[in-house]
Write a protein that binds this ligand. Sequence first.
Ligand SMILES: Cc1ncc(COP(=O)(O)O)c(C=O)c1O
Length: 417
Amino acid sequence: MPVTTSAARPATLPQDFGALLREDPEIADVLLGELRRQSGTLQLTAAENFTSPAVLAALGSPLANKYAEGYPGKRHHGGCEQADAAELIAVRRATALFGAEHANVQPHSGSSAVLAAYAALLRPGDTVLAMGLPYGGHLTHGSPANFSGRWFDFVGYGVDSESGLIDYQQVRTLARTHRPKAIVSGSISYPRHPDYERFREIADEVGAYFIADAAHPMGLIAGGAAPSPVPYADVVCATTHKVLRGPRGGMILCGAELAERIDRAVFPFTQGGAQMHTVAAKAVAFHEAATPAFAAYAHRVVSHARVLAAGLEAEGFDVTTGGTDTHLIVADPAPLGVDGHTARTRLAAAGLVLDTCALPYGDARGIRLGTAAVTTQGMGDAAMARLAALFGAAVREEGDVLAEVRELVAKFPPYPG
Ligand SMILES: Cc1ncc(COP(=O)(O)O)c(C=O)c1O
């Protein structure tokens, strides 16, 4: 449905907004404003992507009305025939896609998935070894502001300050010293593949569970563009909305022996009724992710990130670890004379939307970005090289970068009409 907005170019809505426009113009205006923002600037936030119109259709479907506490065939509510069918399909597709014995597709988010994994395997007060927050650990990896830091005794491993790479010798030494009940891999900003086999070995050495938090790379794993933790981890937690391009949500994979514990940890221990429209949308995303087109997409996401990272280095940014194996890039703008916060402000003013994040060394912050969304938009290597030049110009405050960004996004709309 084409809609004329205040932007010069008409934006195309991926769904029929007619009823909303008639019923609630105030909130419709907000959503149209967000559509304009998403299609008038470049979304480089590493955790974001554009879902397909099919995923959005499932999210806006009548399953949004359905209560379905429990699991297929064991619900606390009546009328769950279609909800059961949706969940069984989602579970079947997830296990096939990732080669796992069991999938739980109910977690409301990545954080809910991690909470349930801890609930299934740990007791309050247990020691857990995870990447330290200053190096890229997620809030659920022991932040004092999060349930994880409050209820468990977290020990943080880091990365080598020179190379930016995980120091597995340090992980091993910390594991031997602290004897954690679980070791967690995964990060919000580590741009390289974790060595899952190494984590498994260390966990076995000290009798710990190995939980892989693959929130970021799960889509790359689905497309064969990153190694899978499934053969190595006791439990794999993930989000469905990053490179995987599904709805906002979480999932858990595990072996058959932990299936019942994981399911009970999700419902009824940490969640109530699952969001069945989201479960259906996850099923759609798994179906899409199983196609050769998605595999090609996942590989392009990585090759684009590499081109962009090299371009940023050429512009003077210091790219951590010297590049990337994934969709993620972390860069220190200090050589251009600004810190991460100033860089983000200048980039945002130029229509380049991204985050700041911790750097492997010192207290200064860098910028964190990803190529999942721009690749979904159909951009290629040439656009990535152009983007790197625009980054340099925006941070140095040279020229009208916003006009160039607008030209670029006009060529690659997220939802072409
Ligand atoms: C490593 C990691 N774990 C967990 C999460 C939590 O996901 P959510 O924001 O869906 O709760 C994230 C989100 O970015 C993440 O990067």
